[in-house]
Design a protein around this ligand. Structure first.
Ligand code: O2Y
Ligand code: MN
Length: 592
């Protein structure tokens, strides 16, 4: 099927290992999609949804033990343990291959192995990378079709000797005790076995576009980041691009598809979505340019509705794969935090008959949709998609925003003093766990640049790489920290809500263009109370002041946690990061 000898040899080896009954090369055509869907309908792997109400949409349920990424089974397999670093699970490549082979061996008997050539980034763009995923899952093929450019055009671009990431996936028994998600950055390879869901199996996404690509970026001098990309057009018609790093479950998709508040829309502001999860960035002419390497959104369904994210809702009305949501009797779908009243009955994400308020043996209410249920939808269908979202040269980034969920401490927004200080701010990024997340409520999880689960090498080296990239930039993006989640003494959110965030982005943009003053504090620059455009929003000045207030005592206490986090990297942590740490302590009056 291919003149690419290395590719053919690798496929032969995988066939020998997994023993599929047949091998099918995916061409990416619509005829192929229809054929695979029909086959999946006949086996029950997919259910066809109501084609009048949701044209082109299908439904899938995963195994009950297979509903989210499994970080504890995710490994970076480098020859030296230190190269994976203290924040990654590590296994030697020998052990990784050997343990995974034991699970893969013969696991595709009676099944088909699909060959998916895919490109992360527009085919032919200087940013792009090619991968080939082998999988025994039609669900994976159909998701990859939405999330990546795939098929014949990619195989043609690969030619007879192009480089590619070897990505092998097998469902095996989908037994959590026989599940491994392994990355071999030194071999440009990914092996994922024992799962059929999401980030574990759509190997172009978290595995390639973040873990393997971050390693490639360090070797080749570019950045693979867990960041959304959004363009804001001001009333004069100028568009400024912002990249934003937020931990999972902090509203990245909603921010990427923001609808301007009415008063700002009336002035002529527009928001354009470039990407909602991953940014690949390169230095050109002293600036940082970014592409979204994906072509779809793999978004969380619960909480998404026509009020919280109308652009996402419009996107998912057709050609969408719904996973683990509630199935209604009219063959449409519903989820908690979706639109309208819960349906009177339906089938829950486990396939059981469901009525609202039903309880389990422990008396807990049974949700219709899994909290991590998803939609996979084409980016091109998003009403706010930027006209240039597929520009092979990328878009120029003027600001990078980072942020987590902090009830106290962090102000609504602050600007770092410069790139080096901004890298420090990103490296101290943290989020408090919510009730929806595994772990202790309120516990602070350090998640530098939201890359903790996704950096394919030692995070200390990652900070060093960011610092080096900064030295190549004559016009670097300004780095900001935001916190939409600050609470008052009664536990009430002080910022009125997600829909108003464009006011903060507008201040950030005006800072980038030196159009607005700010107040200098020990942690960085914060807005003066009158600096933000508050037209159409009545927020008392005292609240704005409290949103920007800084408590040096709280910051000094937080620095103790930062110090502990940094200490695990030992000698490998760049000196500049410790310099920034000490400088901040000094500015706060809390010298050690
Ligand atoms: O649970 C999964 O497998 C999906 S995780 C995910 C999906 C889309 C975008 N981001 C994430 C994430 O965990 O950051
Ligand atoms: Mn993500």
């Amino acid at each position: 099927m291919t003149g690419h000898e290395k590719l053919q040899k690798w496929i032969d080896e995988c066939v020998e290992l997994c023993q599929p009954d047949r091998v099918v090369w995916c061409d990416g055509s619509d005829e192929e999609r229809q054929r695979l869907e029909q086959e999946a309908f006949s086996t029950g792997e997919l259910i066809q949804l109501n084609q009048e109400k949701l044209p082109g949409c299908v439904y899938h349920r995963t195994a009950v033990n297979d509903v989210a990424r499994t970080e504890h089974l995710t490994y970076i397999c480098t020859s030296q343990k230190e190269d994976a670093g203290p924040t990654n699970n590590w296994m030697s490549p020998e052990e990784g291959y050997s343990r995974a082979k034991n699970i893969f061996r013969g696991s595709m008997r009676g099944r088909t192995m699909y060959v998916i050539p895919f490109s992360m980034g527009p085919v032919g763009s200087p940013f792009s990378k090619i991968g080939v995923e082998l999988t025994d899952s039609i669900y994976v093929v159909l998701n990859m079709r939405i999330m990546t450019r795939m098929g014949k055009l990619v195989l043609d671009a690969l030619g007879d000797d192009g480089d590619f990431t070897r990505a092998l996936h097998g469902k095996a028994e989908r037994d959590i005790n026989r599940r491994l998600i392994l990355h071999f950055p030194e071999d440009n390879a990914i092996w994922s076995v024992g799962s059929g869901y999401g980030g574990n199996v759509l190997l172009g996404k978290k595995c390639l576009a973040l873990r393997i690509a971050s390693y490639m970026g360090k070797q080749e001098g570019w950045l693979a980041e867990h960041m959304l990309i959004v363009g804001i057009q001001d009333p004069q018609g100028n568009t400024t691009y912002i990249a934003g790093a937020f931990p999972s479950a902090c509203g990245k998709t909603n921010l990427a598809m923001l609808v301007p508040p009415a008063a700002l829309e009336a002035k002529g502001f527009k928001v354009f979505t470039v990407g909602d999860d991953i940014a690949w960035m390169r230095v050109r002419d002293g600036r940082l340019w970014a592409i979204n390497p994906e072509t779809g959104f793999f978004g969380v369904a619960p909480g998404t509705n026509w009020k919280t994210n109308p652009n996402a809702m419009a996107t998912i009305q057709s050609n969408t794969i719904y996973t683990n949501v509630l199935l209604k009797p009219d063959m449409t779908v519903w989820w908690e935090g979706g639109d309208g009243e819960p349906p009177a009955e339906g089938w829950d994400w486990k396939g059981n008959y469901w009525r609202p308020g039903m309880t389990d043996d422990e008396g807990k209410v049974i949700p219709g949709a899994n909290p991590n249920s998803r939609f996979t939808a084409p980016a091109a269908q998003c009403p706010s998609i930027a006209p240039n979202w597929e520009d092979p040269q990328g878009v120029p980034i003027s600001a990078i925003i980072v942020g987590g969920r902090r009830a106290h401490l962090a102000p609504l927004v602050y600007q770092s003093f410069n790139w080096q200080h901004g890298v420090f701010v990103g490296s101290t990024m943290a989020s408090e766990r919510t009730a929806a997340q595994y772990g202790t409520l309120g516990e602070v999880r350090r998640d530098p640049f939201a890359m903790l689960p996704f950096c394919g090498y030692n995070m200390a080296d990652y900070f060093g790489h960011l610092l080096r990239i900064g030295k190549q930039l004559t016009d670097p993006p300004k780095i900001f920290h935001v916190n939409w989640f600050r609470q008052d003494e009664w536990g009430k959110f002080m910022w009125p809500g997600f829909g108003e965030n464009l006011r903060v982005l507008d201040w950030i943009i005006r800072r980038c263009h030196n159009q607005v003053e700010a107040r200098e504090t020990p942690i960085g620059y914060v807005p003066t109370p009158e600096a933000m455009d508050m037209d159409g929003l009545s927020l008392p000045v005292e609240v704005m002041e409290r949103l920007s207030a800084i408590s040096p005592a709280e910051w000094v206490e937080d620095l103790d946690g930062v110090e502990k986090f940094f200490q695990q990297f030992g000698e490998r942590l760049p000196r500049e990061i410790w310099d920034e740490y000490r400088a901040l302590r000094g500015r706060l009056g809390g010298k050690k």
